[in-house]
Write a protein that binds this ligand. Structure first.
Ligand code: 13P
Length: 377
């Protein structure tokens, strides 16, 4: 009976009872770097700025402030974000859309270099978006595995050091077993490929906020999707020390009458994580998912009232950018005020990451909900 074992000379067969299974101990060429990158991103008092909206989604944002969706306007907005002085104190990584990875500031400095100067690790969205999943009740699957290894290697050369792949799980539309499996398997295959190209994969099965379900139902679905995701990641030999997670918080559905205060969201979310996530994983970087700026910060703060086995932090897009965008309104004379608004939100979430956020200095606008039914990212 041959069992494959890894030795310095590679794989060799050893006799081991009756098992015919090949056991391969994985040792990838980027392992050390992946662990280092993951720990830099998951560093105390810091989190991720998600600014990887596709051109279509960025267009919707710009439209909301009356700005035309041109390449130059997207560049100008992203320059405002990336070049905010002092941002690196609170932001450890920023997720970019492919277009932004290759863009530069007006003065000709590559965005990735501007970020590096602030000790912000550049990341890149690598999935190709969601399409309908056949024979389901309106569920979707995430494209992007074809050619992913080549794209990841190119992104690494361009300076990216981590990646994001967002799949979604809909509670009111299912979730069906095939949708859960497909979501988990896609994430696992992506994570393995990204690690082999030197990119730390952010693993994001977003359980959408849509629905009338209560918080217990959300817990049940989150437990199901994370169980599947970790099973397939293990099968695909993903190194857990070199990944980051991007879960949604465990909350009632947006249309559920019974709302949950931050302490309850924290209790349920941490219960789910403790049941499903090994302590080898360095960081949990939550998405905001349509929560208001205030709510997402309060919930994060509640989760950090006692030590956790992982760095528990944020990877927000809407909850970091909402006020910034409105303050900017596309006018060069508003750039400094918009950057101040970004620093304010980033600092609030940095405080929340350390469990010491004080909401008394927040204004009313921060409490404005951003949930949109059927929101497409
Ligand atoms: P939100 O924080 O706006 O949910 O976006 C985070 C994100 O990057 C979703 O993939």
């Amino acid at each position: 009976m041959a069992l494959m074992m890894k030795s310095s000379a590679g794989l060799k067969a050893v006799s081991a009872g009756r098992s015919r299974r090949a056991v391969v101990v994985r040792a990838g060429k980027y392992d050390e770097e992946l662990i280092k990158t993951a720990h830099t991103v998951a560093s105390k008092g810091r989190g991720i700025l998600a600014m990887d909206e596709s051109n279509a989604t960025c267009g919707k944002r710009l439209d909301s402030i009356g700005v035309e969706n041109t390449e130059e306007n997207r560049r100008a907005y992203r320059e405002l974000l990336c070049s905010t002085p002092g941002l690196g104190q609170y932001i450890s990584g920023a997720i970019l859309f492919e277009e932004t990875l290759y863009q530069s500031t007006k003065s000709g400095k590559k965005f990735v270099d501007a970020m590096r100067e602030e000790n912000i690790v550049p990341g890149i969205k690598v999935d190709k978006g969601l399409v309908p999943l056949a024979n389901t009740n309106g569920e979707s699957w995430c494209m992007g595995l074809d050619g992913l290894d080549k794209r990841c290697s190119e992104y690494y050369k361009a300076g990216a050091r981590f990646a994001k792949w967002r799949s979604v799980v809909s509670i009111p539309h299912g979730p069906s077993l095939i949708a859960l499996r497909d979501c988990a398997y896609g994430l696992a295959r992506y994570a393995a490929i990204a690690q082999n190209s030197g990119l730390v994969p952010i693993v994001e099965p977003e359980v959408l906020l849509d629905g009338e379900h209560d918080i217990d139902r959300c817990l049940e679905v989150q437990e199901a999707i994370w169980a599947e995701t970790f099973k397939y990641m293990a099968d695909n030999k993903v190194m857990f020390e070199g990944i980051l997670l991007k879960p949604a918080m465990v909350t009632p559905g947006a249309d559920c009458k019974n709302r949950a205060p931050p302490a309850k969201v924290a209790e349920y979310t941490l219960k789910m994580l403790r049941r499903r996530v090994p302590p080898a994983v360095p960081g949990i970087m939550f998405l905001s998912g349509g929560q208001s700026e205030l709510e997402s910060t309060l919930n994060l703060n509640a989760m950090n009232q006692a030590p956790n086995p992982w760095h528990v932090s944020f990877s927000y897009a809407r909850a970091l950018q909402n006020t910034v965008l409105k303050t900017w309104a596309g006018k060069p004379e508003n750039v400094a005020a918009a950057q101040a608004a970004l620093l304010k939100r980033a600092k609030a979430n940095s405080d929340a990451q350390q469990g010491k956020y004080d909401p008394s200095a927040e204004d009313k606008a921060a409490a404005e909900g951003m949930y949109q039914k059927g929101y497409v990212y």
